[in-house]
Design a protein around this ligand. Structure first.
Ligand SMILES: Cc1ncc(COP(=O)(O)O)c(C=O)c1O
Length: 527
């Protein structure tokens, strides 16, 4: 049985009188993480003047002791406050309420796309054409790559990897590995998921070669050629490609600012009786949106009503700036939801370690498929991830990642406001790695992409994320870049948008990216 870690069973009301009277009420049973509760309370005290600019905050140790929480929790809270621009750290002296007012970032999203459903016939899979130029662009020196959705690698991973490999070499290189993966790692992941509100047994987990393999295993299990499948429009192109390859017919239900349009979902569940709903509930790729608890409940209720399984892809799990609701899988009583995630977005994509939560009768069928595919996921990669989790480095790394990404997101939002024309709308994600920009209908996005490329800026055009590449003009922008890259890249794209915005123009020829072994034509795909 998985242990649920709550710090105490009743609410505490504490008065800390270090340099200011700080009353912090912690709701130990709340789904909102403790560090975010502390962040919100301190932020409130500063905003309403109970803490004045220049006031020193309690030390990490004293606040941790007073609140009876781990010091890491306070560090996480202070890091997020610092990223918000509400407190500042002074070397050797501690944290201080900021003398500057919080950065004026407009957090209002005006995302409101047309609600058109996309219906496709079985089509040609174009994943290779989309994926390879993106990776290629990443290796080009000086390229500002807004298309690449991965974080910076953690600095301490080499150290941890060496430590992991020094253990018992024979066990790592000649393992007796089961297809579901190492039990220690499954236990660690199960414990980690409890903190997201998802209680699972380690025996429900399957370690996969990245979540791409999880997607492929689940889609192959649930979908036969010619079946209807529901996806969000837009959605992750790697999932669309698996479905295309499978010969599935795709129904793209449009995203609203709250998530998949549930009225349209019900309509198409009723009329087409699909075999699977694929959803990215948290930090959706590409829009960055997260659905509410209500939306999750309603989506599950519809899936239950029409007996349609859900594949919940939570690849960006853990990179949240704010509290997020528990996954849909946490509400699932009937083994209708298959859940998957990955360490690619938080640690390193090259490790290729992802995982699935599969319950009920589906587990055995999927594990047999996993065995046929590759016997098991690399023992070396599993051991490194396991060591990283056991060492406590992962938690610290996540905390840093959240702080850095929040700062980068804010810098990007400010740059968008400064450089982009007024009529352009974008989402304001509360986590993940990117945001989504909705463009006017007549914008020649291919031309803008080509001209941006000539100035060393790589753009992920929105069409790649729609089934059949239909859908409105848009682009996905990763904010996981340096402040200088964001500033420079957004100013270039902003200039190009202004140049073409009211002019209207026919798109130019596809751009050709040269590689030492091949040439790739970037039509309206990612490039
Ligand atoms: C939503 C989503 N799912 C799955 C994946 C696949 O990731 P990986 O196989 O590296 O875990 C990605 C990669 O970008 C993604 O964005």
């Amino acid at each position: 049985m998985v242990e649920i870690v709550y710090i105490a069973s009743i609410d505490d009301y504490l008065v800390i009188d270090e340099c200011a009277k700080m009353k912090i009420l912690l709701e130990r049973q709340s789904p909102k993480p403790i560090y975010l509760q502390i962040r919100d309370r301190i932020s409130h005290l500063i905003k309403y003047g109970a803490l004045k600019s220049g006031d020193r905050l309690p030390s990490i140790r004293s606040l941790a002791e007073s609140l009876q929480v781990n010091k890491l929790t306070i560090i996480e809270a202070y890091n997020v406050l610092e990223a918000d621009g509400i407190v500042s750290a002074r070397q050797g002296s501690g944290y201080f309420a900021s003398s500057i007012s919080p950065k004026s970032t407009n957090l209002e999203s005006k995302f409101a796309p047309a609600q058109n459903v996309i219906i496709t016939k079985p089509g040609k899979c174009s994943f290779y054409e989309m994926y390879t130029p993106l990776v290629q662009a990443q290796t080009q020196p000086g390229m500002i790559n807004f298309g690449y959705g991965y974080p910076h690698p953690p600095k301490d991973i080499n150290l941890i990897a060496r430590r992991a490999l020094r253990q018992d070499d024979a066990d790592i290189f000649f393992p007796h590995e089961m297809p579901q993966g190492q039990l220690t790692l499954c236990r660690q992941i199960a414990q980690m998921l409890v903190h997201q509100g998802l209680e699972v047994f380690p025996e429900d987990l399957i370690i996969t070669n990245g979540s791409q393999q999880g997607l492929s295993l689940a889609m192959n299990y649930y979908v036969q050629p010619g079946d209807w499948v529901i996806v969000e429009a837009p959605t992750y192109y790697g999932a669309i490609s698996i479905l295309e390859n499978l010969g599935a017919k795709i129904i793209g239900i449009p995203m609203t600012a709250e998530g998949m349009n549930l009225d349209l979902l019900e309509q198409y569940l009723h009329s087409h009786r699909p075999k699977l709903i694929y959803t990215i509930s948290t930090f959706h790729n590409p829009t960055g949106l997260t659905t509410t608890q209500n939306h999750r409940q309603e989506l599950l209720a519809l899936a239950e009503k029409y007996e349609c399984p859900i594949l919940e892809d939570n690849a960006y799990e853990g990179i949240n700036f704010d509290a997020v609701p528990a996954p849909i899988k946490a509400l699932d009583k009937n083994n209708l939801v298959t859940y998957l995630s990955t360490f690619s977005k938080t640690l390193m994509p090259g490790l290729r370690v992802g995982y699935m939560v599969v319950t009920g009768k589906h587990y055995q069928a999927i594990i047999e498929q996993k065995l046929l595919h590759d016997l098991h996921t690399s023992s070396i990669s599993q051991t490194i991830v396991s060591e990283y989790l056991a060492s406590g480095h992962y938690r610290r790394h996540l905390s840093r990642l959240r702080t850095d990404n929040l700062q980068s997101r804010n810098i990007m939002l400010q740059a968008l406001e400064r450089y982009f024309p007024e009529e352009i709308r974008w989402t304001v994600p509360t986590g993940g790695l990117f945001l989504w920009v909705q463009l006017p209908d007549d914008i020649p996005i291919g031309t803008i992409r080509n001209e941006a490329f000539a100035e060393n800026v790589y753009l992920a055009c929105g069409s790649a994320f729609f089934p059949d590449k239909q859908g409105y003009p848009a682009m996905r922008l990763t904010f996981c870049l340096s402040p200088e890259e964001i500033e420079q890249g957004i100013s270039i794209v902003g200039r190009l948008l202004k140049k073409y915005i009211s002019r209207g123009c026919v798109d130019t020829e596809p751009l050709v990216v040269k590689h030492h072994r091949f040439e790739i034509k970037l039509h309206t795909a990612l490039g």
